[in-house]
Design a protein around this ligand. Sequence first.
Ligand SMILES: [Zn+2]
Ligand SMILES: [Zn+2]
Ligand SMILES: [Zn+2]
Length: 244
Amino acid sequence: MKITLLGTGDAVGTPTLGCDCSACMDALNGGRSKRSRFSILIEGEGAVLIDTSIDMRYQLLKAGVSHVDGVIWTHSHYDHYAGFGEFYRIHKKVNIYGTKEILDQILKTFYFMCYQRHDVTLYETFSLIGLEFMLFKVSHPPLDNAVGVRVRDGDKTLVITGDTAKNIPEKSLKIMSNADLLIADALAPTFGLKKHMNAVQALALGRELNAGRIVLTHLSHSFGPHDIAAKKWPLGYDEMSFEL
Ligand SMILES: [Zn+2]
Ligand SMILES: [Zn+2]
Ligand SMILES: [Zn+2]
């Protein structure tokens, strides 16, 4: 499978409106600190979007993708789903996947869209584009129904934490173990957060889960300019891609 980080920013993105910090300045000057909102493209025998970022239209234009075989939503925060409306009149009957609670919440916004709904049960596998997917519960208060995604292609495993704090349920940790690639939420380098991990916590999680490789995403401008921060932390950047 091919994995592309379409957007590696936090909810507000970098550059952040009204900010003149060094990361935002680098972003305005076209550097890798420029981060659109969270979305990941998975390609196998077709393409699946993990979340439809509010920046989805530009992300898909850059990626040269106009049709997807599925959309999987990790939770009902605006930065993760709002771009779905960009498929209006462009892409009819999009196959959407998620838990009942998450789909119920998000689809209230998209009453004007034409889609094919697929309710998914946590911890049960389902097949799409020749790959095996599974959703597992994470910890993203005050929501009690945010999920991460595991994707398997033969003996290769990708795990995406989605938005989560470090206290992930034990049952999910078992499913997340021994991934070849772990794409982990890390909103800031070190300071404490209730809804998200910081980079120190995400790296600790990667070690506990015996991940082959960890890449951090959902990054805020607090990391500073990308090229400097990436010497210290395994930061993702927009359009970074991997083959597993
Ligand atoms: Zn988010
Ligand atoms: Zn800034
Ligand atoms: Zn969130």
